[in-house]
Write a protein that binds this ligand. Structure first.
Ligand SMILES: Cc1cc2nc3c(=O)[nH]c(=O)nc-3n(C[C@H](O)[C@H](O)[C@H](O)COP(=O)(O)OP(=O)(O)OC[C@H]3O[C@@H](n4cnc5c(N)ncnc54)[C@H](O)[C@@H]3O)c2cc1C
Length: 602
């Protein structure tokens, strides 16, 4: 039984849809519609994470795109919301499901492997094991994560960091098309040609944009793989993790690895040598030959592990390397990005890696995850050095509270090295969407604008929702010198394309050359401009614009960084919108030129 309440109301039907209407919807679906009081109710509302108590208005067990369309249309007509869910691995960060139909995709598990085009088409309810096995049979690997029963879609929409992440990148950036039902009940296939904005948004923006019914992924020819884990007694945690950190600094991008502390629970399904024992463990996957792999891990072997499973492996073996629980559990966890991992951070990690926490891991980032490529989705690149995740089991509300506190303690201890950004898929508590993306690339604001276009009434409930952007009134930009010459209609178009951003004092808002052409208008607060040789005597304040072009005027420098001196309120125009507006509004180009702002080549 679920243990924790999400604060939801009792499972009475929401006021907006009467029982009769819901029964009528049930009659229209090929799949099922489960309502409170039905014998299957408790089974149907259970998430993979048993610590979450889901109490929606109804649960739609969809079996086709038509079923999804009918449920979305029904929700639209009755003012209800829709929460798409594959497995419920990510359910702990979901909002309260009042007035929400939970759309479970678990009956849509079809997978097609096309060896000719090296693509897999995966239905929304498929688990990674449903794809890994048939892909391997045809000579391919996919960018799955540590667990075979995580849902392909939820994992991929949040980024998707697996064993090939440093060599092949994040799963979201490997998606070639997405099939989705919009808030208007329209079925669309998104790709780089069709609805490119929405296609970009779902690849890292999560489930805020529609119900995904299928996803198309790149397949990679199976390389030679060398992988395994080394175990040492817990007492050696500091020494081993420091050695692992040094090792990560030298390994090639073909190595993706994890340093972790694991307190194996004393449960019957844990193998005998590990049951009830605690270890410090290094797990790694090397894309390459056994001989080269042996040479690579030799440095770790010198630490004389108590157990060592490294060997040449088949691609299907990677699913089990991390020893994730093979069935639903009540878990409470959370994560953070670490900019660096100095000895002091390792010390703080080890000191706090104690029960009731079960697993605390640090994954090395970098490699392909850190390199930008033209066709990336909203997840973009991950720039931190490492990512940490800590989790414990919560079989009772008392233990849940203790695990929660223990997770907080680890996070606080690692605070000095943590990034402002946090990883979507490892954020198991609701976080403001802005924290999931780098500010400098304006990703969050662009996502908000796309949400406002495609789901302004916020029909979709997702684990980390992207709020729709507010419409910017023209009066808010009219007095800025950069926009002063624009005719009213153009000013309106420009304002309509802008989004709001708020930053804390000390935030690096933009670095020319990295930000592309994003333009910022300061509404409140002050910023200073830092050139390569240190601060320039330029302070930017309300009414000033900056960004690539603004900086050329203000500071006369090609390379500079703008840092918020105080908390700031900004209006911003994303790079794609900026380029579109420049083409559509000739006056804007003229206005720029009148300020001496020619287009610069980067
Ligand atoms: C044991 C375990 C291991 C993990 N390992 C990794 C890992 O190695 N790497 C990594 O990156 N993450 C990992 N995660 C995190 C995992 O990727 C996220 O929890 C992810 O959200 C799970 O996706 P899901 O579909 O299984 O879960 P769900 O809870 O079903 O989905 C999560 C969210 O995805 C969205 N979503 C799901 N299906 C749809 C759909 N059809 N249409 C629209 N939106 C949808 C919804 O917003 C939903 O709230 C792990 C989590 C667990 C519990």
């Amino acid at each position: 039984m679920p243990l924790m309440s999400d604060g939801a109301r009792s499972p009475d039907l929401a006021d907006r849809a009467g029982t009769g209407d819901l029964h009528a919807l049930r009659g229209q679906l090929t799949g099922g519609l489960v309502l409170p009081g039905d014998p299957e109710w408790d089974d149907a509302r259970r998430a993979w994470n048993l610590a979450v108590d889901q109490r929606p208005v109804a649960i739609a067990l969809v079996e086709s795109v038509e079923d999804v369309v009918k449920v979305v249309e029904f929700a639209g007509e009755h003012g209800l919301r829709i929460a798409p869910q594959g497995t419920g691995h990510g359910a702990s960060a979901l909002a309260v499901l009042d007035e929400t139909i939970l759309v479970k995709t678990s009956r849509l598990r079809g997978v097609e492997i096309d060896a000719g085009t090296a693509r897999a088409r995966v239905q929304a309810g498929a688990l990674w094991e449903d794809v890994v096995v048939p892909a391997a049979e045809q000579g391919f690997v996919v960018l799955h994560g540590s667990s075979p029963d995580v849902g392909v879609v939820g994992y991929t929409l949040g980024g998707g960091m697996g064993w090939l992440a440093r060599s092949r990148g994040l799963a979201a950036n490997s998606v070639t098309a997405v099939e989705l039902v919009t808030s208007e009940g329209k079925f669309v296939r998104l790709d780089s040609e069709n609805e490119p904005d929405l296609f970009w948004a779902v690849r890292g923006g999560g489930g805020s944009f529609g119900v995904v019914t299928a996803i198309e992924l790149e397949l990679y020819p199976t390389p030679e793989l060398y992988a395994g884990a080394m175990f040492w007694p817990l007492e050696r945690a500091g020494e081993v993790l420091r050695a692992w950190r040094e090792w990560t600094e030298a390994v090639p991008d073909e190595v993706t690895s994890v340093g972790r502390i694991l307190h194996f629970p004393p449960l019957p399904d844990v193998p005998e040598p590990m049951r009830g024992q605690s270890f410090v463990i290094v797990e790694a996957v090397f894309v390459g030959s056994e001989a080269d792999g042996n040479a690579l891990v030799a440095q770790l072997r010198e630490l004389e592990p108590a157990m060592d499973t490294f060997a040449a492996v088949a691609p299907t073996a990677l699913q089990h390397l991390h020893m994730d629980p093979p069935h639903p559990v009540p878990g409470i966890g959370d994560g953070l990005f670490l900019e660096r991992l100095p000895d002091e951070a390792i010390g703080a990690f080890v000191e706090n890696a104690v029960p009731p926490l079960v697993s605390l891991e640090i994954r090395q980032l970098g490699g392909t995850m850190a390199s930008s490529a033209q066709h990336q989705g909203a997840v973009g690149t991950l720039d931190a050095g490492y990512v940490m995740f800590a989790v414990g089991m919560a079989p009772s509300p008392e233990i849940a509270a203790a695990v929660h506190e223990a997770v907080d303690r680890v996070k606080a201890a690692l605070g000095p090295w943590a990034s402002a950004r946090t990883y979507f898929n490892f954020a198991e508590r609701p976080v403001g969407g802005a924290r999931l993306y780098p500010l400098k690339t304006y990703t969050f604001q662009r996502l908000r604008k796309i949400r406002a276009t495609h789901d302004p009434a916020e029909m979709f409930v997702s684990n980390h929702p992207i709020p729709p952007a507010v419409v910017i009134d023209t009066a808010r930009i009219a007095s800025a010198p950069l926009f002063a010459d624009l005719p009213a209609a153009e000013l309106e178009a420009l304002a309509g394309a802008m989004g709001e951003a708020e930053v804390d004092a000390g935030t690096e808002v933009v670095t020319v050359d990295e930000s592309g052409s994003t333009v910022y208008l300061i509404e409140a607060g002050e910023a200073e401009v830092i050139g390569a040789d240190g601060p320039l005597s330029v302070t930017l304040g309300p009414g000033d614009t900056f960004g690539e072009i603004g900086l050329l005027l203000t500071a006369g420098k090609r390379t500079a960084t703008v840092v918020a001196r105080t908390p700031m309120k900004l209006l911003a125009l994303s790079e794609p919108d900026f380029e579109r507006i420049r083409e559509q509004i000739p006056e804007f180009e003229r206005s720029l030129r009148s300020l001496g702002l020619e287009r610069s080549s980067r």
